[in-house]
Design a binder for this molecule. Structure first.
Ligand code: DAH
Length: 344
């Protein structure tokens, strides 16, 4: 009996099971009705009384060890089965990852910049939190002048002569450029601007502008007209026409607003151009001598033109989007329409 116990202990030590079926087979082999351990208990009846105590203990020990081992094996095949089930199949094809794309406002902004780069313009940027001097005063808006009301301003700090504010237009970058650059100047200034406006299909309190400035000797209104015409044709198509309407800005004299022929109805009149055949794209004019002088430029020798356009406005016209808010809501269905990259 002693050898039989040792034999069982030895085979128990080597026992390995891959799955529940094998564990069950092992249980039956040792503890089943005709199992090896069960048989030893039957043999125990025949053991002589003086050995009963010793073998009784040994057999109980053996049964305990076998039962524990079977329980352990049960536990380990269950957990390895679970982890096998939870393990990803690395041979499966991966999830397709959509490529991001640039925002339509960024695409349009870049397109405007690229066009003017081709014409030889540099790019300049300035701070979004500006002072009153650069946004208004140096641009010929006298204090308390009603023209300041054309742009409803968010003030950051007030109570002193030159309060900080969120710039209402990128014309402030003109001033900063004139202050520090050598002449001649040819720059476009893209940037974000802020106005205290109610949000609607046509207005937002945050939007983007691109400002343009050209200063040299003998710059004329004809140069301005030609620059805008070439821009409009690059942006909206070869056969685009422009028209200039007299307007008022404190920093330009004379000032104009520019319309392009409607690229949808080709000037015949439709609901986008409200039957007029024309769409307004920007404001412009000859830089007022006061503005040149405020930045230390001799207005007797130099002249220049400036223009400013809303990027969202250009983007709306270019892609025929009828509500400005689409550009700010980040609805993926809208943004995906501008995704020129193929999804993989
Ligand atoms: N700053 C003007 C605005 O935000 C746009 C503008 C008009 C800019 C005429 C100019 C300009 O440089 O000459 O409404």
């Amino acid at each position: 009996m002693k050898e039989a116990i040792e034999k069982i202990l030895a085979s128990l030590a080597e026992l390995k099971c891959q799955n529940e079926k094998e564990v069950e087979e092992a249980r039956v082999r040792f503890l089943g009705k005709k199992g090896e351990v069960t048989r030893l208990f039957e043999e125990f009846r025949t053991v002589s009384p003086e050995l009963k105590r010793e073998f009784g203990q040994k057999l109980n020990m053996l049964k305990k060890q076998v039962t524990e081992k079977i329980e352990d094996l049960k536990g380990s095949v269950a957990s390895s089965g679970a982890s096998a089930a939870g393990k990803e199949d690395e041979t499966l094809p991966g999830d397709a990852m959509g490529l991001g794309s640039r925002h339509p406002v960024s695409i349009c902004r870049q397109e405007i910049i690229n066009i003017f780069r081709k014409f030889g313009y540099d790019v300049a940027e300035g701070p979004e939190i500006e002072d009153d001097y650069h946004v208004f005063e140096a641009l010929n808006f006298p204090p308390n002048h009603p023209a300041r009301d054309m742009q409803d301003t968010f003030f950051v700090s007030g109570g002193h002569p030159n309060p900080l504010l969120l710039r209402t237009h990128t014309s402030s970058v003109q001033v900063r450029t004139m202050e520090k650059s050598k002449l001649p100047i040819r720059v476009v200034c893209p940037g974000r601007v802020f106005r205290n406006e109610a949000i609607s299909a046509r207005a937002h309190c945050i939007f983007h502008q691109v400002e343009g400035l050209y200063i040299d000797e003998n710059v004329t209104f004809a140069d301005l007209r030609q620059a805008i015409l070439l821009f409009a044709r690059e942006m909206f198509g070869e056969d685009t026409q422009i028209r200039m309407r007299p307007s008022y800005f404190p920093f330009t004299e004379p000032s104009a607003e520019v319309d392009v022929s409607c690229n949808i109805c080709k000037g015949k009149g439709c609901n986008v151009c409200k039957g007029t055949g024309w769409l307004e794209i920007l404001g412009c004019g000859m830089v007022d001598p006061n503005v040149l002088e405020a930045s230390g430029i001799d207005s007797g020798k130099y002249s220049g033109f400036a223009f400013g356009m809303g990027v969202e406005r250009i983007a709306m016209l270019k892609w025929q989007v009828n509500d400005l808010r689409h550009y700010f809501e980040n609805d993926m269905r809208f943004l995906r329409e501008f995704n020129t990259c193929v999804e993989v």
